[in-house]
Design a protein around this ligand. Structure first.
Ligand code: ATP
Ligand code: MG
Ligand code: MG
Length: 553
């Protein structure tokens, strides 16, 4: 029932295959390993892997690893896990842009030899000054007319480690007056005396993103290089390199709109700040908009893939409503998650007319689709219900327990509240009820019982911890305040985004709940076992999503 929205890149690929421009589509997903993947990356993954799959082509995983200081093996591992978990696999080996450093270096030499690159001695700061602005053309670097010989000599010495960081760079010789800032003699190589996670200390010069990306695409014979719109202005440069270098193929870059979700952040840098500064516990904290956060929260891969189908791929930006993502997980869990009962705020109920030494094993369906089977729930004299299901002064229309009234216990009998036991402060600490033995699986004689509440057996239920999550940001746009002014997203962190309930009681079958399995706790929402903190002795459940949309205000 998920509607698949338009995808203009699908149309382009279909045409390229139909006209014979390409016989096979080859795409790539090119993350920089400087953080965990977020929900925005899911869009790019579904697009790149999805198009390759749909048209019988290939999709490469290529780490775009040209910034050694910000990158780590931990991120590489997490990114691979997330792609697999989403249900995709890359063709061929895991690739790294750093695999091509030697080739890229040779191509840099080629540009120097053909007079299209020069070694520049301007400091990074001077370089920015010379670059001009959107309204002013830049100025040529005083080092622009160096001879080929001098450039070759200096560039080789840059590689050999003779210079300090920032002392020199290699730049393309294009046009300092171009209206496109990216064409104003862009930097191709910077000096970085840094250890690289793949190449160790082999290199002390590192190619820029622009000098790396298109040529890596060409080396891998990528046919459709799909990236987000902020790279649109880089396309002329992407094509300039392909035109001036002896590359084995001429891939094409296409741009699509980034995914932005309201109440959410999709920037690795900002997500890292949330972790580093302790606003959340980890990258996979269930409040995080990382793929690993959604996984730990109980989202399924199918729900995220369906979401990406629903939002489609186009060039118009915009902010997608969080309720769309929640719709997708609700729909999946409603269809597939077992029903179970868990009492979040237990109130003991003694059923005074139920025989003390008796227990019945009630069989309840796991799901309205009966082929999912049944579960057993013991019923005896003492049970727990939720404290909020009993009210002495109920609001109008209250359909749960009140003094002297009846409700049905889900899958069990009708009970009536006879007496409330209170502590010294007047809080209800226990209820005395009576049950109607003639109401198991049938309506009582001569009266209507409207309310149905959930319950668990007192003795056999298992104690557990339940974590309720709310939005991590109070503002739909975390980068703005209520007046619409720019603020730090940290100012909008919701201090009540996590509520931990201890001493909850789950029905006995939940003791066997497995990581990755979703449940509907009846009347409470959808939940899953926490993959990190839950143990058989100390069960921890995460609320994946509430039963109904709560984002609509
Ligand atoms: P971030 O700002 O979070 O670091 P990025 O674009 O720098 O994002 P990369 O690791 O370079 O992150 O991204 C890998 C691929 O995922 C790129 O092709 C990028 O365009 C795409 N991508 C990143 N964020 C989004 C998003 N919000 N929506 C769609 N695609 C995205
Ligand atoms: Mg990037
Ligand atoms: Mg980035």
């Amino acid at each position: 029932s998920v509607t698949v929205a338009a995808n203009f890149l699908r149309t382009i690929i279909q045409e390229d295959l139909a006209t014979g421009k390409h016989s096979q589509v080859i795409t790539r997903f090119p993350p920089e390993p400087n953080g965990y993947l977020h929900i925005g990356h899911a869009k790019s993954i579904c697009l790149n892997f999805g198009m390759a799959k749909e048209f019988g082509g290939q999709c490469h995983l290529r780490f775009d690893d040209t910034n050694p200081e910000k990158e780590e093996q931990e991120y590489i591992d997490a990114i691979k896990d997330d792609i697999h978990w989403l249900g995709f696999d890359w063709d061929g080996p895991v690739r790294f842009a750093s695999d091509y450093f030697e080739q890229l270096y040779e191509w840099a030499i080629h540009l120097i030899e053909t007079g299209k690159a020069f070694v520049c001695d301007l400091t990074p700061e001077q370089g920015r000054e010379y670059r001009g602005s959107l309204t002013e053309p830049g100025k040529n670097s005083p080092f622009r007319e160096r001879s080929v010989e001098e450039n070759l000599d200096l560039f080789k010495r840059m590689r050999a480690g003779e210079f300090a960081e920032g002392e020199r760079s290699l730049r393309a010789k294009i046009d300092m007056a171009s209206p496109n800032m990216n064409m104003r003699d862009p930097v191709l190589y910077r000096i970085r005396h840094a250890e690289h996670h793949q190449t160790g200390d082999k290199w002390c010069i590192y190619p820029s993103y622009d000098f790396t990306h298109g040529q890596s695409d060409a080396i891998e014979l990528i046919t459709h290089s799909m990236c987000t719109l902020e790279f649109e202005d880089h396309r002329p440069l992407y094509e300039w390199f392909l035109e001036h270098l002896p590359v084995p193929a001429k891939p094409r870059q296409y741009e699509f709109a980034r995914l932005n979700l309201n109440y959410t952040i999709t920037s690795k840098r900002k997500l890292k700040q949330l972790v580093d500064e302790g606003h959340v516990f980890s990258w996979d904290d269930p409040r995080m908009s990382t793929i690993s956060g959604f996984r730990r929260r109980g989202y399924t891969p199918a729900s995220i893939r369906n979401f990406c189908d629903m939002i489609g791929v186009n060039r118009a930006g915009g902010v997608v409503d969080m309720s769309m993502l929640e719709f997708c997980i609700r729909e999946d869990l409603d269809a597939n998650a077992s029903r179970a009962m868990c009492v979040l705020k237990p109130l003991k109920v003694v059923i005074t007319n139920y025989p003390e030494d008796q227990t019945e094993q009630l069989e309840l369906a796991k799901h309205p689709k009966t082929e999912m089977g049944t579960r057993i729930l013991p019923f005896s004299r003492e049970i727990y219900i939720d404290a909020s299901d009993y009210e002495e002064n109920p609001p109008k229309g209250y359909r749960r327990l009140m003094p002297g009234t009846e409700v049905r216990l889900r899958g069990s009998y009708v009970i009536r509240a006879d007496e409330a036991i209170k502590d010294a402060e007047g809080n209800v600490v226990e209820l005395r009820c009576s049950y109607d033995p003639d109401t198991l699986g049938k309506n009582p004689e001569g009266r209507k019982v409207k309310g149905v509440i959930h319950w668990v057996p007192a003795a056999e239920s298992v104690e557990c911890e339940v974590r309720l999550y709310d939005r991590l940001f109070k503002a739909a746009n975390p980068d703005k305040n209520e007046q619409g002014e720019n603020v730090s997203f940290l100012e909008n962190v919701n201090p009540e985004s996590l509520v931990v309930l201890k001493g909850c009681r789950a029905e006995p079958s939940l003791a066997q709940a497995q990581v990755g399995e979703g449940f509907q706790f009846e009347r409470e929402g959808y939940f899953c076992v926490d993959s990190v903190d839950s143990t058989p002795e100390n069960l921890v459940f995460n609320r994946t999503v509430t039963l109904r949309d709560s984002w609509g205000q």
